[in-house]
Design a protein around this ligand. Structure first.
Ligand code: NAD
Length: 499
Protein backbone atom coordinates (compact mmCIF):
# COMPACT_ATOMS: atom_id res chain seq x y z
CA UNK A 1 0.00 0.00 0.00
CA UNK A 2 2.80 2.37 1.06
CA UNK A 3 4.61 2.11 -2.25
CA UNK A 4 1.61 3.61 -4.06
CA UNK A 5 1.89 6.79 -2.03
CA UNK A 6 3.60 9.87 -3.37
CA UNK A 7 6.78 10.38 -1.38
CA UNK A 8 8.28 13.66 -0.26
CA UNK A 9 11.30 12.45 1.68
CA UNK A 10 13.35 15.60 2.05
CA UNK A 11 13.20 19.10 3.43
CA UNK A 12 14.36 22.12 1.43
CA UNK A 13 17.12 23.80 3.43
CA UNK A 14 19.97 26.02 2.22
CA UNK A 15 19.15 25.32 -1.43
CA UNK A 16 19.42 21.55 -0.96
CA UNK A 17 17.07 18.66 -0.38
CA UNK A 18 18.04 17.10 2.93
CA UNK A 19 16.71 14.28 5.09
CA UNK A 20 15.25 15.28 8.44
CA UNK A 21 17.68 15.06 11.38
CA UNK A 22 15.14 14.65 14.13
CA UNK A 23 11.87 14.35 12.25
CA UNK A 24 9.87 11.51 10.78
CA UNK A 25 7.78 10.48 7.77
CA UNK A 26 4.13 11.42 8.23
CA UNK A 27 1.10 10.51 6.11
CA UNK A 28 -0.77 13.22 4.27
CA UNK A 29 -4.43 12.30 4.05
CA UNK A 30 -6.55 12.71 0.91
CA UNK A 31 -9.69 14.12 2.56
CA UNK A 32 -11.91 13.12 -0.33
CA UNK A 33 -11.42 9.43 0.47
CA UNK A 34 -10.09 9.59 4.04
CA UNK A 35 -6.90 7.69 3.22
CA UNK A 36 -3.19 8.62 2.98
CA UNK A 37 -2.07 9.65 -0.48
CA UNK A 38 1.45 10.90 0.30
CA UNK A 39 4.23 10.45 2.82
CA UNK A 40 5.98 13.63 3.83
CA UNK A 41 9.23 14.22 5.70
CA UNK A 42 8.61 16.32 8.80
CA UNK A 43 11.41 18.23 10.45
CA UNK A 44 11.90 18.68 14.18
CA UNK A 45 13.66 21.35 16.22
CA UNK A 46 17.12 20.39 14.91
CA UNK A 47 15.91 20.78 11.32
CA UNK A 48 14.42 24.17 12.09
CA UNK A 49 17.81 25.12 13.58
CA UNK A 50 19.52 24.08 10.33
CA UNK A 51 17.03 26.04 8.24
CA UNK A 52 17.37 29.14 10.40
CA UNK A 53 21.18 28.90 10.16
CA UNK A 54 20.91 28.73 6.35
CA UNK A 55 18.46 31.65 6.26
CA UNK A 56 20.68 33.66 8.57
CA UNK A 57 23.78 33.01 6.46
CA UNK A 58 21.94 34.05 3.30
CA UNK A 59 20.56 37.14 4.99
CA UNK A 60 23.97 38.34 6.17
CA UNK A 61 25.66 37.25 2.93
CA UNK A 62 24.59 37.16 -0.71
CA UNK A 63 20.99 38.30 -0.25
CA UNK A 64 22.01 41.43 1.59
CA UNK A 65 24.63 42.24 -1.05
CA UNK A 66 22.20 41.86 -3.95
CA UNK A 67 20.85 45.03 -5.57
CA UNK A 68 17.14 45.68 -5.15
CA UNK A 69 16.57 45.39 -8.89
CA UNK A 70 18.20 41.95 -8.99
CA UNK A 71 16.04 40.95 -6.02
CA UNK A 72 12.96 42.24 -7.83
CA UNK A 73 13.99 40.39 -10.99
CA UNK A 74 14.14 37.12 -9.03
CA UNK A 75 10.68 37.78 -7.61
CA UNK A 76 9.38 38.36 -11.14
CA UNK A 77 10.97 35.10 -12.28
CA UNK A 78 9.27 33.40 -9.37
CA UNK A 79 5.94 34.89 -10.50
CA UNK A 80 6.37 33.64 -14.07
CA UNK A 81 7.63 30.18 -13.14
CA UNK A 82 4.97 29.78 -10.44
CA UNK A 83 2.29 30.70 -12.96
CA UNK A 84 3.64 28.14 -15.40
CA UNK A 85 3.20 25.48 -12.69
CA UNK A 86 -0.16 26.80 -11.43
CA UNK A 87 -2.25 24.00 -12.97
CA UNK A 88 -0.12 21.28 -11.40
CA UNK A 89 -0.01 23.09 -8.05
CA UNK A 90 -3.82 23.45 -8.09
CA UNK A 91 -4.27 19.71 -8.66
CA UNK A 92 -1.94 18.91 -5.76
CA UNK A 93 -3.58 21.45 -3.45
CA UNK A 94 -7.03 20.02 -4.23
CA UNK A 95 -5.71 16.53 -3.54
CA UNK A 96 -4.07 17.54 -0.26
CA UNK A 97 -6.73 19.79 1.27
CA UNK A 98 -9.90 18.86 -0.62
CA UNK A 99 -10.84 22.22 -2.13
CA UNK A 100 -12.52 21.71 -5.50
CA UNK A 101 -10.35 22.22 -8.54
CA UNK A 102 -12.79 24.83 -9.83
CA UNK A 103 -11.78 26.95 -6.80
CA UNK A 104 -8.04 26.15 -6.60
CA UNK A 105 -7.31 26.52 -10.32
CA UNK A 106 -8.27 30.22 -10.66
CA UNK A 107 -7.02 31.02 -7.15
CA UNK A 108 -3.56 29.57 -7.66
CA UNK A 109 -3.22 31.09 -11.13
CA UNK A 110 -3.73 34.47 -9.43
CA UNK A 111 -0.99 33.96 -6.81
CA UNK A 112 1.65 35.10 -9.28
CA UNK A 113 0.15 38.60 -8.96
CA UNK A 114 1.39 38.73 -5.37
CA UNK A 115 4.95 38.10 -6.53
CA UNK A 116 4.65 40.60 -9.39
CA UNK A 117 3.22 43.25 -7.09
CA UNK A 118 5.88 42.90 -4.41
CA UNK A 119 8.62 42.75 -7.06
CA UNK A 120 7.37 46.19 -8.09
CA UNK A 121 7.60 47.47 -4.52
CA UNK A 122 11.15 46.23 -3.90
CA UNK A 123 12.79 49.40 -5.27
CA UNK A 124 10.31 51.74 -3.61
CA UNK A 125 11.33 51.08 -0.04
CA UNK A 126 12.83 54.47 0.60
CA UNK A 127 13.32 56.64 3.65
CA UNK A 128 12.88 60.29 4.57
CA UNK A 129 15.21 63.22 4.97
CA UNK A 130 14.30 65.11 8.13
CA UNK A 131 15.13 68.85 8.26
CA UNK A 132 16.08 70.09 11.72
CA UNK A 133 19.33 72.09 11.92
CA UNK A 134 21.80 73.10 9.16
CA UNK A 135 24.62 71.39 11.04
CA UNK A 136 22.86 68.06 11.09
CA UNK A 137 21.92 65.73 8.25
CA UNK A 138 19.15 63.43 9.41
CA UNK A 139 17.63 60.65 7.35
CA UNK A 140 15.82 57.35 7.75
CA UNK A 141 16.42 54.09 5.96
CA UNK A 142 14.17 51.08 6.02
CA UNK A 143 16.07 47.86 6.45
CA UNK A 144 14.93 44.24 6.38
CA UNK A 145 14.02 42.78 9.76
CA UNK A 146 16.09 39.63 9.10
CA UNK A 147 15.05 35.98 9.19
CA UNK A 148 11.29 35.40 8.98
CA UNK A 149 9.44 32.34 10.22
CA UNK A 150 6.26 31.86 8.16
CA UNK A 151 3.71 29.60 9.85
CA UNK A 152 0.84 28.63 7.58
CA UNK A 153 -2.55 26.88 8.11
CA UNK A 154 -4.22 24.18 6.01
CA UNK A 155 -7.20 25.93 4.46
CA UNK A 156 -5.42 27.86 1.70
CA UNK A 157 -1.79 26.72 2.01
CA UNK A 158 -0.28 28.21 -1.14
CA UNK A 159 -2.20 31.49 -1.05
CA UNK A 160 -1.21 32.21 2.51
CA UNK A 161 2.40 31.24 1.78
CA UNK A 162 2.48 33.66 -1.17
CA UNK A 163 1.13 36.43 1.09
CA UNK A 164 4.21 36.05 3.29
CA UNK A 165 6.84 35.16 0.73
CA UNK A 166 6.23 38.14 -1.59
CA UNK A 167 6.69 40.98 0.93
CA UNK A 168 9.42 39.14 2.89
CA UNK A 169 11.61 38.78 -0.21
CA UNK A 170 10.83 42.28 -1.49
CA UNK A 171 11.91 43.71 1.86
CA UNK A 172 15.19 41.79 1.71
CA UNK A 173 14.38 39.20 4.37
CA UNK A 174 15.06 35.48 4.17
CA UNK A 175 12.40 32.97 5.16
CA UNK A 176 11.74 29.58 6.72
CA UNK A 177 8.28 28.32 5.73
CA UNK A 178 6.53 25.85 8.01
CA UNK A 179 3.34 24.61 6.37
CA UNK A 180 0.50 22.99 8.30
CA UNK A 181 1.02 19.38 9.31
CA UNK A 182 -2.17 18.51 7.38
CA UNK A 183 -1.17 20.07 4.04
CA UNK A 184 2.58 20.16 3.51
CA UNK A 185 2.86 18.87 -0.03
CA UNK A 186 2.35 22.07 -1.97
CA UNK A 187 4.93 24.00 0.07
CA UNK A 188 7.49 21.38 -0.97
CA UNK A 189 6.29 21.69 -4.57
CA UNK A 190 6.77 25.44 -4.25
CA UNK A 191 10.38 24.71 -3.22
CA UNK A 192 10.74 22.70 -6.44
CA UNK A 193 9.67 25.81 -8.36
CA UNK A 194 12.07 27.97 -6.35
CA UNK A 195 15.07 25.70 -6.91
CA UNK A 196 14.85 26.28 -10.67
CA UNK A 197 15.54 29.99 -10.08
CA UNK A 198 18.63 31.88 -9.07
CA UNK A 199 17.89 32.61 -5.42
CA UNK A 200 21.02 32.30 -3.28
CA UNK A 201 20.89 29.14 -1.11
CA UNK A 202 19.07 29.71 2.18
CA UNK A 203 16.88 32.62 1.05
CA UNK A 204 13.82 30.34 0.93
CA UNK A 205 13.60 27.21 3.10
CA UNK A 206 10.69 24.82 3.57
CA UNK A 207 10.41 22.60 6.63
CA UNK A 208 7.13 20.73 7.16
CA UNK A 209 6.56 19.73 10.76
CA UNK A 210 4.23 19.76 13.72
CA UNK A 211 3.22 23.03 15.35
CA UNK A 212 4.27 21.95 18.83
CA UNK A 213 7.81 21.03 17.72
CA UNK A 214 8.92 22.67 14.47
CA UNK A 215 6.54 25.64 14.74
CA UNK A 216 7.35 26.22 18.40
CA UNK A 217 11.11 26.13 17.69
CA UNK A 218 10.75 28.80 15.01
CA UNK A 219 8.90 30.98 17.51
CA UNK A 220 11.59 30.77 20.20
CA UNK A 221 14.69 30.60 17.99
CA UNK A 222 16.93 33.57 18.85
CA UNK A 223 18.01 34.08 15.22
CA UNK A 224 14.45 34.36 13.90
CA UNK A 225 13.55 38.03 13.91
CA UNK A 226 9.92 37.87 12.92
CA UNK A 227 7.02 35.44 12.85
CA UNK A 228 4.28 35.85 10.27
CA UNK A 229 1.47 33.58 11.38
CA UNK A 230 -1.92 32.61 9.96
CA UNK A 231 -4.13 30.32 11.97
CA UNK A 232 -6.31 30.16 15.03
CA UNK A 233 -6.48 32.93 17.56
CA UNK A 234 -5.57 30.51 20.37
CA UNK A 235 -2.35 29.59 18.56
CA UNK A 236 -1.57 33.31 18.12
CA UNK A 237 -1.90 33.75 21.86
CA UNK A 238 0.47 30.83 22.51
CA UNK A 239 2.94 32.27 20.00
CA UNK A 240 2.73 35.72 21.56
CA UNK A 241 3.68 34.31 24.95
CA UNK A 242 6.44 32.08 23.59
CA UNK A 243 7.89 34.92 21.48
CA UNK A 244 8.18 37.24 24.48
CA UNK A 245 11.56 35.76 25.41
CA UNK A 246 13.15 37.07 22.21
CA UNK A 247 10.76 39.99 21.65
CA UNK A 248 10.07 38.89 18.09
CA UNK A 249 8.20 41.01 15.62
CA UNK A 250 4.81 39.38 15.17
CA UNK A 251 1.97 39.56 12.69
CA UNK A 252 -1.14 37.46 13.05
CA UNK A 253 -3.99 36.66 10.70
CA UNK A 254 -6.59 34.83 12.73
CA UNK A 255 -10.16 33.78 12.29
CA UNK A 256 -13.40 35.64 11.81
CA UNK A 257 -17.15 35.55 12.34
CA UNK A 258 -18.00 37.90 9.54
CA UNK A 259 -21.35 39.68 9.45
CA UNK A 260 -22.94 39.76 6.00
CA UNK A 261 -25.82 42.25 6.15
CA UNK A 262 -28.72 42.36 3.67
CA UNK A 263 -30.97 45.42 3.87
CA UNK A 264 -34.42 45.25 2.31
CA UNK A 265 -33.40 47.76 -0.37
CA UNK A 266 -30.65 45.43 -1.66
CA UNK A 267 -30.64 43.84 -5.10
CA UNK A 268 -31.75 40.56 -3.56
CA UNK A 269 -30.73 38.25 -6.42
CA UNK A 270 -27.15 39.51 -6.33
CA UNK A 271 -27.05 39.54 -2.53
CA UNK A 272 -28.17 35.91 -2.46
CA UNK A 273 -25.52 34.92 -5.00
CA UNK A 274 -22.93 36.45 -2.68
CA UNK A 275 -24.46 35.14 0.54
CA UNK A 276 -24.52 31.55 -0.74
CA UNK A 277 -20.95 31.69 -2.00
CA UNK A 278 -19.72 33.54 1.11
CA UNK A 279 -21.23 30.87 3.37
CA UNK A 280 -20.14 27.69 1.61
CA UNK A 281 -16.96 28.39 -0.34
CA UNK A 282 -13.98 26.19 0.53
CA UNK A 283 -16.42 24.00 2.53
CA UNK A 284 -16.67 26.91 4.94
CA UNK A 285 -12.96 26.78 5.71
CA UNK A 286 -12.27 30.44 5.03
CA UNK A 287 -11.34 33.11 7.53
CA UNK A 288 -13.52 35.52 5.52
CA UNK A 289 -16.57 33.27 5.60
CA UNK A 290 -19.90 35.12 5.69
CA UNK A 291 -20.97 32.89 8.55
CA UNK A 292 -23.49 35.32 10.09
CA UNK A 293 -26.09 36.46 7.60
CA UNK A 294 -27.95 39.45 9.05
CA UNK A 295 -31.23 40.04 7.20
CA UNK A 296 -33.80 42.81 7.60
CA UNK A 297 -36.97 41.36 9.12
CA UNK A 298 -39.35 42.14 6.24
CA UNK A 299 -37.34 39.94 3.83
CA UNK A 300 -36.07 37.46 6.43
CA UNK A 301 -38.20 34.39 5.60
CA UNK A 302 -37.74 34.94 1.88
CA UNK A 303 -33.94 34.99 2.27
CA UNK A 304 -33.92 31.96 4.58
CA UNK A 305 -35.90 29.81 2.17
CA UNK A 306 -33.97 30.95 -0.92
CA UNK A 307 -30.61 30.38 0.81
CA UNK A 308 -31.77 26.90 1.81
CA UNK A 309 -32.90 26.14 -1.74
CA UNK A 310 -29.51 27.23 -3.07
CA UNK A 311 -27.65 25.27 -0.36
CA UNK A 312 -29.47 22.11 -1.40
CA UNK A 313 -28.34 22.36 -4.99
CA UNK A 314 -24.60 22.71 -4.21
CA UNK A 315 -22.87 19.77 -5.92
CA UNK A 316 -20.73 17.97 -3.32
CA UNK A 317 -18.10 15.47 -4.36
CA UNK A 318 -14.57 14.61 -5.41
CA UNK A 319 -12.42 17.76 -5.48
CA UNK A 320 -10.77 16.88 -8.78
CA UNK A 321 -14.08 16.51 -10.63
CA UNK A 322 -14.69 19.56 -12.76
CA UNK A 323 -18.36 19.65 -11.78
CA UNK A 324 -17.80 19.54 -8.01
CA UNK A 325 -18.73 22.77 -6.28
CA UNK A 326 -17.95 21.75 -2.69
CA UNK A 327 -15.33 19.25 -1.59
CA UNK A 328 -14.78 17.61 1.80
CA UNK A 329 -13.42 19.21 4.93
CA UNK A 330 -9.62 19.19 4.88
CA UNK A 331 -9.37 16.96 7.95
CA UNK A 332 -11.51 14.52 9.88
CA UNK A 333 -11.07 16.67 13.02
CA UNK A 334 -12.49 19.69 11.22
CA UNK A 335 -15.49 17.68 9.98
CA UNK A 336 -16.12 16.45 13.53
CA UNK A 337 -15.81 20.00 14.86
CA UNK A 338 -18.42 21.23 12.38
CA UNK A 339 -20.79 18.38 13.32
CA UNK A 340 -20.32 19.27 17.00
CA UNK A 341 -21.32 22.87 16.33
CA UNK A 342 -24.36 21.74 14.34
CA UNK A 343 -25.51 19.65 17.34
CA UNK A 344 -24.84 22.61 19.58
CA UNK A 345 -26.92 24.91 17.37
CA UNK A 346 -29.84 22.50 17.46
CA UNK A 347 -29.46 22.21 21.24
CA UNK A 348 -29.44 26.00 21.60
CA UNK A 349 -32.80 26.22 19.83
CA UNK A 350 -31.73 27.49 16.41
CA UNK A 351 -33.97 26.31 13.56
CA UNK A 352 -32.11 23.88 11.27
CA UNK A 353 -33.50 24.75 7.85
CA UNK A 354 -31.35 22.51 5.69
CA UNK A 355 -28.21 20.34 5.87
CA UNK A 356 -26.60 19.36 9.14
CA UNK A 357 -25.70 15.82 8.03
CA UNK A 358 -22.95 13.86 6.40
CA UNK A 359 -24.22 13.53 2.80
CA UNK A 360 -25.52 10.14 1.72
CA UNK A 361 -23.66 8.21 -0.97
CA UNK A 362 -26.20 9.31 -3.58
CA UNK A 363 -25.60 12.97 -2.74
CA UNK A 364 -21.90 12.71 -3.58
CA UNK A 365 -20.55 12.91 -7.12
CA UNK A 366 -17.62 10.51 -7.58
CA UNK A 367 -16.62 6.97 -6.66
CA UNK A 368 -15.15 5.62 -3.42
CA UNK A 369 -15.97 8.70 -1.37
CA UNK A 370 -17.67 6.90 1.55
CA UNK A 371 -14.83 7.65 3.96
CA UNK A 372 -14.21 11.24 2.86
CA UNK A 373 -14.84 14.13 5.23
CA UNK A 374 -17.96 15.50 3.55
CA UNK A 375 -20.72 17.53 5.08
CA UNK A 376 -23.89 19.14 3.77
CA UNK A 377 -24.15 22.92 3.41
CA UNK A 378 -26.13 23.91 6.48
CA UNK A 379 -28.48 26.81 7.21
CA UNK A 380 -29.69 27.78 10.67
CA UNK A 381 -32.49 30.35 11.08
CA UNK A 382 -33.74 32.16 14.21
CA UNK A 383 -30.19 32.50 15.50
CA UNK A 384 -29.47 35.14 18.11
CA UNK A 385 -26.23 36.61 19.37
CA UNK A 386 -26.29 34.75 22.68
CA UNK A 387 -25.89 31.44 20.86
CA UNK A 388 -22.47 29.84 20.61
CA UNK A 389 -22.99 29.27 16.86
CA UNK A 390 -23.29 33.05 16.45
CA UNK A 391 -20.10 33.76 18.37
CA UNK A 392 -17.53 31.06 17.65
CA UNK A 393 -15.78 30.42 14.37
CA UNK A 394 -17.03 27.04 13.14
CA UNK A 395 -14.85 26.88 10.00
CA UNK A 396 -17.44 24.76 8.25
CA UNK A 397 -20.26 25.35 5.75
CA UNK A 398 -22.73 26.52 8.38
CA UNK A 399 -24.61 29.79 7.93
CA UNK A 400 -26.49 31.39 10.82
CA UNK A 401 -29.25 33.69 9.61
CA UNK A 402 -30.08 36.46 12.09
CA UNK A 403 -32.97 38.94 11.74
CA UNK A 404 -32.72 42.68 12.47
CA UNK A 405 -35.15 45.58 12.36
CA UNK A 406 -33.10 48.77 12.08
CA UNK A 407 -29.78 49.96 10.74
CA UNK A 408 -28.57 50.58 14.30
CA UNK A 409 -29.52 47.08 15.35
CA UNK A 410 -27.72 45.59 12.33
CA UNK A 411 -24.52 47.45 13.24
CA UNK A 412 -24.79 46.44 16.90
CA UNK A 413 -25.23 42.75 16.01
CA UNK A 414 -22.45 42.92 13.41
CA UNK A 415 -19.99 44.28 15.95
CA UNK A 416 -21.05 41.99 18.79
CA UNK A 417 -18.17 39.56 18.31
CA UNK A 418 -14.57 39.28 19.44
CA UNK A 419 -13.55 39.03 15.80
CA UNK A 420 -13.16 41.83 13.24
CA UNK A 421 -11.69 40.47 10.04
CA UNK A 422 -14.25 41.13 7.30
CA UNK A 423 -17.82 42.39 6.95
CA UNK A 424 -20.20 43.08 4.07
CA UNK A 425 -23.44 44.87 3.41
CA UNK A 426 -25.97 45.00 0.61
CA UNK A 427 -28.01 48.13 0.00
CA UNK A 428 -28.81 50.42 -2.92
CA UNK A 429 -28.89 53.47 -0.67
CA UNK A 430 -25.50 55.16 -0.99
CA UNK A 431 -25.88 57.13 2.24
CA UNK A 432 -26.63 53.96 4.18
CA UNK A 433 -23.72 52.18 2.50
CA UNK A 434 -21.28 54.80 3.79
CA UNK A 435 -22.93 55.16 7.20
CA UNK A 436 -22.91 51.47 7.95
CA UNK A 437 -19.51 50.70 6.39
CA UNK A 438 -17.91 53.39 8.56
CA UNK A 439 -19.24 51.81 11.75
CA UNK A 440 -18.34 48.18 11.12
CA UNK A 441 -15.43 46.98 13.25
CA UNK A 442 -13.58 45.03 10.56
CA UNK A 443 -10.34 45.31 8.63
CA UNK A 444 -12.20 44.83 5.35
CA UNK A 445 -15.73 45.97 4.49
CA UNK A 446 -17.35 44.96 1.22
CA UNK A 447 -20.31 46.88 -0.15
CA UNK A 448 -22.50 45.08 -2.68
CA UNK A 449 -19.88 42.40 -3.18
CA UNK A 450 -18.06 39.75 -1.16
CA UNK A 451 -14.57 38.30 -0.77
CA UNK A 452 -12.89 40.73 -3.13
CA UNK A 453 -9.32 40.16 -1.91
CA UNK A 454 -6.34 41.34 -3.94
CA UNK A 455 -2.54 41.67 -3.60
CA UNK A 456 -2.68 45.49 -3.40
CA UNK A 457 -5.54 45.87 -0.91
CA UNK A 458 -4.49 45.67 2.78
CA UNK A 459 -6.03 42.70 4.56
CA UNK A 460 -6.09 41.94 8.26
CA UNK A 461 -8.13 42.00 11.39
CA UNK A 462 -9.48 44.35 14.01
CA UNK A 463 -9.85 42.96 17.53
CA UNK A 464 -8.99 39.27 17.95
CA UNK A 465 -8.82 38.67 14.19
CA UNK A 466 -5.23 39.70 13.97
CA UNK A 467 -2.32 42.04 14.29
CA UNK A 468 -0.83 43.89 11.33
CA UNK A 469 -1.77 43.71 7.68
CA UNK A 470 -0.97 41.50 4.75
CA UNK A 471 -1.21 42.67 1.10
CA UNK A 472 -0.75 46.21 -0.15
CA UNK A 473 2.22 48.39 0.79
CA UNK A 474 1.24 48.02 4.47
CA UNK A 475 2.37 44.38 4.29
CA UNK A 476 5.97 45.51 3.85
CA UNK A 477 5.96 47.34 7.19
CA UNK A 478 6.03 44.07 9.07
CA UNK A 479 9.24 43.00 7.33
CA UNK A 480 11.16 46.24 7.85
CA UNK A 481 12.84 48.20 10.62
CA UNK A 482 13.33 51.94 10.40
CA UNK A 483 16.79 53.25 11.11
CA UNK A 484 17.29 56.98 11.85
CA UNK A 485 20.76 58.23 10.98
CA UNK A 486 21.90 61.57 12.44
CA UNK A 487 25.10 63.02 10.97
CA UNK A 488 26.85 66.00 12.46
CA UNK A 489 28.21 68.04 9.53
CA UNK A 490 30.59 70.10 11.67
CA UNK A 491 32.26 67.30 13.60
CA UNK A 492 32.19 69.49 16.71
CA UNK A 493 30.93 68.11 20.02
CA UNK A 494 31.11 70.49 22.99
CA UNK A 495 32.85 69.33 26.16
CA UNK A 496 30.04 68.74 28.66
CA UNK A 497 32.41 68.86 31.61
CA UNK A 498 34.81 71.76 31.00
CA UNK A 499 37.28 72.39 33.85
P1 NAD B 1 -3.69 26.46 13.69
O1 NAD B 1 -3.50 27.67 14.53
O2 NAD B 1 -4.08 25.19 14.36
O3 NAD B 1 -2.35 26.11 12.90
C1 NAD B 1 -1.73 27.06 12.04
C2 NAD B 1 -0.26 26.76 11.96
O4 NAD B 1 0.33 26.97 13.23
C3 NAD B 1 0.10 25.33 11.56
O5 NAD B 1 1.20 25.37 10.67
C4 NAD B 1 0.51 24.71 12.88
O6 NAD B 1 1.41 23.66 12.74
C5 NAD B 1 1.15 25.87 13.58
N1 NAD B 1 1.19 25.78 15.05
C6 NAD B 1 0.30 25.18 15.88
N2 NAD B 1 0.68 25.33 17.16
C7 NAD B 1 1.82 26.06 17.15
C8 NAD B 1 2.70 26.56 18.16
N3 NAD B 1 2.46 26.34 19.45
N4 NAD B 1 3.77 27.27 17.79
C9 NAD B 1 4.01 27.52 16.49
N5 NAD B 1 3.24 27.07 15.48
C10 NAD B 1 2.15 26.36 15.81
O7 NAD B 1 -4.71 26.88 12.57
P2 NAD B 1 -5.37 25.96 11.45
O8 NAD B 1 -6.39 25.11 12.10
O9 NAD B 1 -4.28 25.32 10.65
O10 NAD B 1 -6.04 27.06 10.52
C11 NAD B 1 -7.35 27.48 10.68
C12 NAD B 1 -7.40 28.86 11.25
O11 NAD B 1 -6.68 29.79 10.43
C13 NAD B 1 -8.80 29.42 11.36
O12 NAD B 1 -9.03 30.01 12.59
C14 NAD B 1 -8.84 30.47 10.26
O13 NAD B 1 -9.79 31.46 10.43
C15 NAD B 1 -7.45 30.98 10.27
N6 NAD B 1 -7.15 31.66 9.01
C16 NAD B 1 -7.01 33.02 8.99
C17 NAD B 1 -6.75 33.69 7.81
C18 NAD B 1 -6.57 35.17 7.74
O14 NAD B 1 -6.01 35.66 6.78
N7 NAD B 1 -7.01 35.93 8.71
C19 NAD B 1 -6.64 32.96 6.64
C20 NAD B 1 -6.80 31.59 6.68
C21 NAD B 1 -7.03 30.95 7.89
Amino acid sequence: MDEQLARYERLYIGGEWVEPQDGSMVDSIDPSVGRPWAKVAFGGAADIDRAVAAASEAFHGPWRRMSVYDRAALLRELAVTYQAHAGQLATLESRDNGRPIRETRPDIAAHAQWFHYFAGLADKIDGRSIPIDPTMHVFTTRVPVGVVGAIVPWNAPLLLTAWKLGPALAAGCTIVIKPSESTSVTALELARVVEKLGFPPGVINVVPGFGKTAGARLVTHPSVNKISFTGEVGTSQEIMKAAAGTLKRLTFENGGKSPHIIFKDADLGQALNAATHAAFMATGQSCALGSRLLVESSIYEQVVSELARRAQRVRIGAPLHEQTQMGPHATAQQRDKTLKYIDLGIGEGARLVTGGQIPSRSQLSGEGLEDGFYIQPTVFADVNQSMVIAQEEIFGPVCSVIPFKTEEEAIAIANDTRYGLTAALWTQNVGRAHRVAAQLEAGTVWVNTYRYIRWNIPYGGFKMSGLGRENGPEALDAYLETRSTIMNLTGAYPDAYPS
